[in-house]
Each structure stands twice: as C-alpha cells, then as structure tokens.
Design a protein around this ligand. Structure first.
Ligand code: IMP
Length: 424
C-alpha cells in the first residue's frame, strides 16, 4: 500500500499537527521523517491543548503506531519531557511508539554550538530555534554523528566524549560569550538517555517495507515547511533538513514510487518566524490583526510570528516541488472581518512581472502584485459543513483551486479537532 505524505507548504506553523490528528483514524502508522524539537505540533481536543515536538501527532489515538524515522534528530531531554506529559495523561505509548535506530541524537553541545554560531552571526542570524538542529545535521552529513542504534553498543560513551570535546573546542573558536555548565547538562542528558533506551528501537526502513507489504496504511508527517527546506527554501534562512516530499523518501526509506497522496497544508494567509525574506509581509494594522486573532506565537519558542497576505507564487512553487495532490487550508476563520483580502499572484522582479519564485526574493528585488477579494464578516468557528461557508470565502477558495489546479479538501476553522470542514 502506498505511503501518503502530509507537509507544510509555507514557512512552517501551518497546522500540520492538527490535520495529522484528524486523519490518524484512517491510518495504521504515523511516521515523522525529518526535523526535531524545532517543531511544535499543536493539537486541541476535549478542551485541552497538547504540543508535540518530536513524537508523531498520532500518539493520542489508541490504535496507531507512531514511528520516529531515521531522518529525525532527537534531543533525549526534550523527548523525555514529551513522554512525561503523556504519562501525566495516562497515554500508554510503550507499545505504540517506535524509534529508528538510524535517527541521530542531539547532544547538549550541539545546542551550545547552535547558540554560539547564531551569536557570532550578529545581524545576519538565521533566527534558529536554538535546539541544536543545524549542528546535529552537520555532524550527520560530516559522518561524525551519534545515532540511536549506537546506544546499544558498549563504546558509545567514549564516542560521545570525543565528540563533545571536539564541540567544546569549536565553541571556543566562535569567541562569543556563552555561559554553560556542561556537567549539569550532561546529567540531564544521560538520565534522559536511560528513558529513551526503555523504548523500542527498530530498523525502521524494514519495518515500513513489511508494513506496506501487509497492506497497512502509513501517513508520513512532515515538520517545518517547504520554504524552510535546505535545498528549496529561502537559503540560508532555512532549517537543515529536506522538509519537502523527497525528505520522506530519505527520512523513512520509502521508495519514490511508493508515495501515494501528498497532502499540502497551508494557512489562508502567511506567517514566518525567524529571519529571512517574506515578500507579502505586513507591517500595518492588517498584519497586527492576523497575529492577534490567529494567536501567531511560536509553539516551541513563543516568538511572535511575522504575518502577511497569502503568497500564491510561493505556494505554487511548494505544490510543484512536492507533487501535492490535495490541499488543506488552515485558519480561514482568522480572516473573518477583513473588508478586503489580498492574494499575491505575481512578483515584480527587477522591473519585470514574473509568476515563479526566483533565486532571490529579498525585498529589494521583489515587489508583490496583488489580486483583491471581498472579505466576509461571518464567524466561521462554529461551522461544521461546507454548505455553511460564506460565499466570499467560497470565491477565495475557488480562485486558489483554479490557480493551483489542486482541490482544497479540508478547510479548518479553529484549532479543535471538531472545527474541521471536509469538502468533496
Ligand atoms: P532551526 O531549524 O531551529 O535551526 O531554525 C532555522 C529556521 O527555521 C528559523 O528561522 C526558525 O524560526 C525556522 N523554524 C524551524 N523550525 C520551525 C517550525 O517548526 N516552525 C516554524 N519555523 C521553524
């Protein structure tokens, strides 16, 4: 059976966690394929909010297996924190949570290196979540990393020490003021490693292959968004993994011809957290309203998200790179009350009108060209049927479907599981 993918099409924070949670009833296995605790996937049900960072978003469903794939990087301390929260809610994850032996481990010194690297960049900083993501993927591609499977070997602590010592000399090289107590960080780290070791480690590519052969349904859950992809995002203001569809192949060991549906998640407007270009960013009252009504603060860092109109040029690019087959539009409810809505349908790039994403989208090169739409005043948050949606919103949706040539099959009108409208 083919593996379906779910990914974000913008700069992250699209609401992937909620949709994975909504769709989990259709799947036997939910598998995260990249990223790590830089992600914050928020789920709301039964009046409670849950934030997951590394654990797949199917964990609250009794029957689903949740797999942390080889493409993910794991911070044992944060992972343990997530498990503690599940324990508080009596979620039995011992049998349903599996971890790839090939997933890499974030060391305390990876986080310190992240902080030192960002501090050394000054104004050019990426705005990293400082979770050690970049340095861990650097050690992975540099062939120095420590993997989950290594924890089963007798010499792993020796390898840990060598790598941590090397990191300390690298931190000194940056010559920035970073205060830390490594002994304290390591105490927490090793305690968390013991917890991690009580879980089930697997050869995940083999597990997925066999599950597919047995006809089990699998949903691959992406983190961050396509515009943060290391290759196709707004480099260097990106994360350090492939957040696009290809990342699911390398991050889980799924062959390209085994990919089924690709669900693309996007907000009805655009947000970005951290540095980097954002052509449709708003610095006015409209942007402020989106941020306030949409509660646009990072689930991982609490940072305020930058807000702007929907950028169809960038969205088309993301659909193209991912081969999206179904779209899911989030936070339509946040746009209620705007008299006029704008969608960026082209860029003025170096004096010329273009409709594709160019190499450089810095503000000095790109000016958005907008198409305007009439807004609506109805509160959408209590709606549950497509037939209830205001005609202006239907016009907005129809325009996007026509431009992107992909159906919008879900419109989300609030954070709760129940606030989800399915469209045929
Ligand atoms: P890093 O992945 O923590 O190194 O951060 C690199 C860039 O990606 C920064 O601009 C972050 O704000 C952004 N980023 C990383 N993870 C997420 C996410 O889950 N949602 C939104 N932005 C993210």
């Amino acid at each position: 059976m083919a593996v379906d993918l779910l990914l974000g099409l913008q700069w992250g924070d699209e609401g992937k966690g909620k949709i994975v949670d909504v769709l989990t009833q259709n799947y036997n296995i939910i598998a995260r394929f990249q990223g790590g605790p830089n992600a914050g996937h928020t789920l709301v049900f039964n009046g409670k909010k849950h934030v997951l960072h590394t654990i797949p978003s199917g964990i609250f469903h009794d029957n689903a297996i949740n797999l942390v794939g080889n493409g993910v990087v794991i911070d044992p301390v944060i992972f343990k924190g997530e498990l503690d929260k599940l324990d508080e809610q009596n979620i039995d994850y011992k049998k349903s949570l599996l971890i790839s032996r090939k997933a890499h481990i974030i060391l305390p010194t990876h986080r310190l290196l992240d902080a030192a690297s960002e501090a050394s960049k000054g104004k050019a900083k990426i705005g990293s979540t400082l979770k050690g993501i970049g340095p861990t993927y650097m050690d992975k591609t540099g062939r120095n990393g420590i993997r989950v499977g290594d924890l089963e070997l007798s010499d792993w602590k020796e390898r840990y020490r060598n790598l941590a010592d090397k990191h300390e000399s690298m931190i000194a090289y940056y010559d920035v003021d970073i205060e830390y107590d490594l002994k304290e960080l390591e105490d927490a780290f090793f305690k968390a490693i013991d917890v991690l070791k009580s879980l089930t480690f697997i050869d995940s590519e083999e597990y997925i292959y066999q599950a597919q052969k047995e006809g089990q349904s699998i949903l691959a859950e992406g983190a961050q968004g396509s515009l943060l992809d290391i290759d196709f995002g707004t480099y260097p203001f990106v994360t350090s993994s492939n957040t696009t569809a290809a990342g699911a192949c390398t991050g889980l060991g799924v062959a390209p011809n085994q990919i089924g549906d690709v669900f693309g998640i996007f907000k009805a407007y655009t947000t970005r957290v951290g540095s980097g270009p954002f052509p449709t960013e708003l610095f006015d009252e409209d942007g402020e309203t989106m941020g306030r009504v949409g509660n646009e603060f990072g689930a991982t860092t609490g940072r305020r998200r930058r807000c702007g109109w929907l950028d169809l040029v960038a969205l088309k690019y993301a659909c193209q790179v991912n081969g999206v087959t179904q779209l899911m539009m989030m936070k339509g409810d946040v746009l209620s009350g705007f008299k006029t809505l704008k969608v960026c349908t082209a860029y003025k790039y170096k004096g010329e009108e273009i409709a594709h994403l160019p190499y450089n989208i810095e503000p000095e090169n790109v000016e958005p060209i907008y198409t305007e739409f009439k807004g609506w005043n109805e509160d959408l948050t209590g709606m549950s049927e497509a037939s209830q949606l205001p005609s202006e919103l239907n016009d907005y949706i129809a325009f996007l479907e026509k431009e992107l040539e992909i159906p919008i099959t879900i419109v989300s009108v609030g954070p709760d599981r129940k606030q989800t409208i399915f469209r045929n």
